[in-house]
Design a protein. Structure first.
Length: 382
């Protein structure tokens, strides 16, 4: 079995809701990072075997297979196919898994994995809401689903609130974590830690989401998302726009094309979890990945866990005992944003580059996902 190597990783800046990318076609964002990836790796585009993109809301401008549309819009060869997948928020992390598995199996040698989402234009949940408005039915309205779960509220907001209650995570604890996320992200931007991984889009050169200078008093003054709840908008990931891609290569391709590996895909795991709590999957996913890898959490130098909500990360930390100095050291989605289908590839891009900057060996990426699932990926810096 061939090892699968990351030989390139690039992303756009992450745009805030109704920000600089709100009028940009999602396909153009996808095309932009694809062109940048080909230029930075020096790979002949026609040698790519496949393009796999994550996209959570493939409707409107994001419909009709945005992976293929982005590749063609980038002016790249028609001979290269593409496909678009949906594992909810983990879609582009799953794209990385599929690409690595194709390489490890020996069936392909060069696979692009990434994702794109412009939530300013295609809001979260559009595929369901537009379909229901057109009389196409409720995706959670089947007889089997209703028999098993009834018609209770099933969404990430309720799940995040239930997690805060079950683990007794206070609003003050979550607000402290959120402030830290913004501070870390702002410090990373000032220090230029994201510069190598970002392909500027026009005059947009840096992430728009971080808001340094927040205070506990400001956050304490926000209204909760639900009456009597603990969560506020500051404790949830930001609505965002962006794209990110990586190139996954076999040992043969590395040698044949003279590529420089950045990291090796060490271990991959995906798990299911309680679909009502919905966002607890990173807890069992961590255990599954560590068991498969033979590593301990203490062996991991850098952890990227998506900050879908502050309660998700803090509940995971309580269960795993993770050293929070190694967790999202450059900030997370509370500050940097969460462009759904792009986030998995964005996190991996950041982690790969940061391992090289700091000299760390192992990185662990975790993503909670709609429906109660989670992906976990361990990489080893080369």
């Amino acid at each position: 079995m061939s090892d699968a190597y990351i030989v390139g990783a690039v992303r756009t800046p992450v745009g805030k809701n109704r920000g600089n990318f709100s009028a940009v076609h999602p396909v153009d964002l996808g095309a932009h990072v694809l062109r940048a990836l080909m230029e930075r790796t020096g790979v002949e585009p026609g040698s790519v075997d496949d393009v796999i993109f994550g996209c959570v809301s493939p409707v409107g401008a994001q419909a009709f297979n945005i992976a293929r549309n982005s590749w063609l819009s980038a002016g790249l060869p028609e001979s290269v196919p593409g496909t678009t997948i949906d594992r909810q928020c983990g879609s582009s992390q799953q794209a990385i898994h599929f690409a690595a598995q194709a390489v490890q199996s020996g069936s392909q040698d060069l696979v692009v994995a990434g994702g794109v989402e412009v939530m300013s234009r295609v809001p979260i949940g559009s595929t369901a809401t537009l379909g229901m408005q057109a009389g196409m039915g409720n995706p959670l309205g089947s007889d089997g689903w209703l028999e098993r779960f009834g018609d209770q509220q099933m969404d990430q907001f309720r799940g995040a609130e239930l997690i805060a209650e079950q683990w007794d995570i206070s609003r003050e604890e979550m607000e402290s974590f959120a402030l830290s996320s913004h501070e870390r992200a702002a410090a990373a931007i000032t220090a230029g830690h994201f510069d190598l991984e970002i392909a500027p889009y026009g005059d947009v050169t840096t992430d728009q989401g971080p808001r340094p200078g927040g205070t506990p008093e400001k956050l304490a003054g926000l209204d909760p998302l639900a009456a009597g709840g603990r969560l506020t908008a500051a404790l949830a990931s930001q609505i965002s726009d962006g794209a990110a891609v990586l190139l996954i290569a076999s040992e043969r391709a590395v040698k044949e094309y003279g590529l420089t590996p950045l990291a090796r895909i060490h271990t991959m795991a995906v798990v299911g979890s309680d679909p009502v709590l919905m966002l607890t999957g990173p807890i069992p996913a961590t255990a599954a990945a560590l068991k498969k890898s033979g590593l301990d959490l203490g062996d991991i130098d850098h952890i990227e866990i998506n900050e879908a909500f502050a309660s998700v990360v803090l509940a995971w930390q309580r269960e795993t005992g993770a050293d929070m100095t190694r967790v999202n050291p450059l900030g997370g989605a509370l500050a940097l944003g969460h462009p759904l289908g792009a986030t998995g590839a964005r996190l991996m891009t950041t982690m790969v580059h940061e391992l090289h900057r700091t000299g760390g060996r192992y990185g662990l990426q975790l993503m909670c996902e709609g429906g109660g699932m989670a992906n976990a990926t361990i990489i080893e810096r080369i």
